[in-house]
Design a protein around this ligand. Sequence first.
Ligand code: PRP
Ligand code: MN
Ligand code: MG
Length: 179
Amino acid sequence: MENDIKEILITKEEIEQKVSELGSILSKEYEGKTPLMVCVLKGATLFMSDLVRHMNIHVEMDFMAVSSYGASTESSGVVRILKDLDTTIEGRDIIIVEDIIDSGLTLSYLVDLFNRRNINSIKIVTLLDKPHRRKVSLTPDLSGFVIPDEFVVGYGLDYNERYRNFPYIGVLKPEVYSR
Ligand code: PRP
Ligand code: MN
Ligand code: MG
């Protein structure tokens, strides 16, 4: 399985360091508040669980399942809500937690959805950003790494549901998805 990876783009240590920095920044920004952290399933699960451990303020966690990729490496643009939030978001400070922003379609859809309810504030934090691939204008408020346009897996990110458990971000060998 490791030999499906062409190269390691971001090591486990680099991820740890960055997630800790992002946690400190958010702790300062939301001091005295209790933000509702919304994890976008499934990709953002590992990032979310590490990030909250670096936040020394009260937070609440909720999970939303949307999917735009399926088994393809290209975003279809069709966002399906598979699981909605359990929390009432009116008046809340929302932090959307994503693993990667690619076309931006998933998040722009979610942000529009949240903005139609009476929230207090909304911010987007993403571990990875592929700005060259945007199909809609969307800029994260906080981002860990800007990465080139290569298909990456690991630390939550999958290809066909696999590789999410890899502790680093790696580039998948093209032959794996052209099989
Ligand atoms: C991936 C990724 C982001 C989204 C980014 O999720 O985790 O949520 O696509 O793509 P976009 O900016 O082009 O919309 P995916 O739909 O593969 O579901 P998953 O998180 O369950 O893997
Ligand atoms: Mn996702
Ligand atoms: Mg996916």
